[in-house]
Design a protein around this ligand. Sequence first.
Ligand SMILES: [Fe+2]
Length: 475
Amino acid sequence: MALPFPDTPFFRGNYGPISMECDAPDLPVRGEIPRALRGSLYRNGPNPQFAPADPAAHHWFLGDGMVHAFHIAEGRVAYRNRWVRTPRWQAEHAAGRALFGGFGPPADPALRAVDSGVANTSVVWHAGRLLALEEAHRPFALDPVTLESLGYHDFGALKVPRFTAHPKRDPGTGELLFFAYGLGGPLGPGMAYGTVDAAGRLTRCDPFEAPYAAMVHDFLATRRHVLFPVLPLTASLDRAMRGGPAFAWDPAQRSRIGVLRRDAPIGTIRWFEGDPCYVFHVLNAWEAPGSEGEAILADVMQSAAAPLFPRADDPSAPPADSPARLTRWRFDLAGATDRFTATPLDDLAGEFPRLDERVAGLPNRVGFFAASTRASPGGAFDSIVRIAPATGQRALFTVPPGDAVSEPVFVPRGVAAPEGEGWLLVVVWRGAENRSDLVVLDAAAPEAGPLATAMLSHRVPHGFHGAWRPDPSAA
Ligand SMILES: [Fe+2]
């Protein structure tokens, strides 16, 4: 018999999992779904199958992945959700209870032979494959229509056992750029940089060493460079073996950013340095116009300290309440200094920045993110922000008190539409009704409110990231 879920923050409100998989072939829609909006939105997030054996060791990031698909065509929306049936999910399903614990290797030696991936962080559509991603394991393939689990995918030759949940597609070459961390042993400083071509074949995978072991959640890619932010959310097997946290905020370390020319050998990475900070997610990076490729600018969601994780010096203290704000980094490759600068761009507390990905790696005119404009239970976001970073001009769509928004996924109005013209797809939790909606906003004017709202009778738990797959027949 499956046990009840504990009353802890990672299971409270819309952080708690739902216990079913379902198909809703034709959702009720308020307003009009634009006819040109044709394709599938996929969203991924943690949805533990069973209550953890040790709630104190559980973290939001450790729940089994569940993918929610919204298939949109002819003004209609069909919905389907499925767990990602990883080996861990299958082992726990057979046992009827949770078997794995917190971060780090499982305590039970018998479980160390079972892959512990949860595939719960993001999804990417590349070279005809839908891949559920989680940074401590390889990509996991799903059927894009049925969401049937197809198994781990290695692009034909991937040798490293990990793959970031935030690969970057180069719109110019069609390549998928990726990195991995925690290689060469548990919680170690080994990393790798690699590329997958537009046809889905691995074309590069080079190992390198980070200045210290850390959780590296996202990275940056311009058209000519990649940048690896190694920030003081440190990883330590030694600390974990002594009963401390595997990952902890340690401001005694400096922020270190590795900069690599994409056409250069891995050994030429140059490490820049700055004050301690943390960045879960980046918006974009590009070579500064007129700099002959010698200056790189990057817009990131920067926190003064890592939220959600314990402090290295006092693991029993609560995690830092340190919201992320849009911040611009600058790297001068021709300068005599290895310091980079960080300049605040906006004062809203936000996360989950997204871009019109057709301009990824080039200067972007607009960006989008989720933000908090008022205190909400569990730190959920209440607004979708459209910002023009060059001017700071912004527009907000804010949901009523008690409701919460997901990351906004941008869909262009058409292949030739100007940057930022299209739609934002947002899943909104209706707190009072305890269910969710898919909301379609005009990306040029989100403040005008939904163009259309497709209504679910159940809720989509707070998750992480989504992706859009255009309808192949509409391309
Ligand atoms: Fe993420």
